[in-house]
Design a binder for this molecule. Structure first.
Ligand code: SF4
Ligand code: SF4
Length: 446
């Protein structure tokens, strides 16, 4: 049975309504005829195309190389012909470089048949328990890099870089918290492919000589916790910890504290306290790359929000699929958010594609927020902030363009969780100003 310690982090946090209705049955979204692959869909240098316009590519073929150590390669999510490489508008309306691949009818039919067969057999397949013993650490890291795997919890940091460590961390934390309201993709993944997640975890442990792992899941996902607990079986180096639900528990610093009791100092990484954090979907992608040689060309995406119940689903979607190809009816005065409502970003274009970091599409009725009122010094934003910051003060510095003062008050530590804006009874757009101050104070320092 799942271990239920019910720890959580110690500072701040909020409890927004969860709106989660996950199932263990993600739907295969049909492959697109035209796929658009953004060249920068990870932290680090954009990938450099290694195929030309007019060239025919096969599904899974590398189409862009790592541009540097901190970068990630890209692979064709569909077979077809490269029809363009150039700027296209991203979901926020800003131009970004992308490669467009168009499938012929034959390409599309062959890809669809192969893909359906792969996913239906995967649901029935027991992974090989000796896999991590049959590959060495360097090969695992090379396969992860070669598959273009990045952090799939939203950070999109290249995973092979994170696993290239000079000193082995004491503990790997696999993040299955999925604390954002509405998002259910990790829950669905853990329920459906728990054994692959656990095998992928063992591969990551081996790749960086990590002796121990904790898979952390919040207590509002009992089915996922039960599936992971069963999949761990008698592996003594891996334990499951069920955490008390609290937003933003999935933040690296909050999660490390909840699991180990150690606080990460300002400006430092989890490695400073002997920890490393990866998402459950990243563990699954690692397993796919090592066991099946499959690069990161698909991911699970949640579609949720103020839409009919039958349309709220998790989909296995190819990277590059236009957001408009998910079946949903837009609510009145719709607000479309790529990601969840707390940390996601508003979308102005639905012809933009799914990227490696697209965890969900949240479609909300555009309800008017209350009017912005003066700050009443209630302190709710201070109580909510999980980083121990003073959000009302940082927002004021952002509004007044006092970047140096914002920096001196640790604006760089803000994890942009939105807990402050959510808690403010005066409806002040705290996060908007804080984000601005964070960006501008970073530029000032460069
Ligand atoms: S968005 Fe930043 S300032 Fe606001 S609560 Fe989160 S960490 Fe604190
Ligand atoms: S929550 Fe809003 S009203 Fe209260 S102190 Fe913070 S900014 Fe002011």
């Amino acid at each position: 049975m799942p271990q239920t310690s019910k720890h959580s982090f110690s500072i701040g946090g909020i409890h927004p309504a969860p709106h989660k209705e996950s199932s263990a049955d993600p739907t295969l979204l049909p492959l697109p005829i035209t796929a658009t692959i953004m060249l920068s869909q990870h932290i680090g240098a954009p990938a450099v195309p290694c195929v030309c316009v007019g060239e025919h590519v096969e599904r899974g073929q590398e189409i862009a190389h790592n541009a540097s150590f901190i970068s990630a390669g890209l692979h064709a999510p569909i077979s077809g012909t490269v029809v363009s490489i150039g700027d296209i508008p991203h979901f926020n309306g800003k131009p970004a470089r992308a490669m467009v691949i168009k499938a012929s009818e034959d390409d599309h039919t062959a890809d669809t048949m192969g893909r359906e067969q792969y996913w239906s057999t995967l649901r029935l397949r027991r992974p090989d328990r000796d896999l991590s013993e049959s590959v060495d650490a360097g090969d695992i890291r090379r396969l992860i890099a070669g598959a273009g795997i990045v952090g799939l919890g939203g950070a999109t940091f290249p995973s092979h870089v994170k696993l290239t460590v000079s000193k082995a961390p004491e503990v790997l934390i696999i993040n299955g918290c999925e604390c954002e309201p509405y998002l259910m993709c990790d829950d669905a993944l853990m329920q459906t492919f728990a054994e692959q997640v656990v095998e992928g975890t063992e591969l990551m442990m081996k790749s960086a000589s990590i002796p121990r792992t904790v898979i952390a899941i919040e207590d509002n996902k009992p089915a996922a916790a039960a599936a992971i607990s069963a999949a761990i079986d008698n592996r003594h180096a891996i334990t499951l910890e069920v955490l008390r639900t609290c937003y933003p528990q999935g933040g690296e610093k909050q999660l490390v504290e909840a699991v180990t009791g150690r606080r990460i100092p300002s400006g430092a990484l989890p490695a400073s306290v002997g920890a490393i954090v990866h998402n459950v979907a990243t563990a699954f992608a690692v397993w796919q790359a090592v066991a099946d040689g499959i690069p990161l060309i698909e991911r699970i995406v949640t579609v949720s929000g103020d839409i009919p119940a039958g349309q709220r689903r998790d989909y296995i979607a190819a990277i590059g699929t236009p957001l408009s190809e998910f079946p949903f009816s837009l609510p009145e005065h719709a607000k479309v958010i790529v990601g969840g409502p707390m940390m996601g970003h508003a979308a102005v274009r639905l012809d933009a594609p799914v990227t490696k970091g697209t965890s969900g599409l949240t479609l909300l009725e555009g309800k008017a927020r209350g009017p912005v009122q003066p700050c009443m010094r209630c302190g709710a934003c201070l109580e909510a902030c999980p980083m121990g910051l003073e959000p009302y003060l940082l927002a004021s510095y952002g509004r007044l363009r006092r970047w140096d003062d914002a920096a001196a008050n640790y604006v760089a530590d803000c994890i942009e969780c939105g807990s402050c804006s959510y808690s403010c009874p005066s409806c002040r757009p705290l996060l908007d100003y804080i984000r601005l101050a964070k960006q501008r104070s970073k530029k000032t320092r460069l």
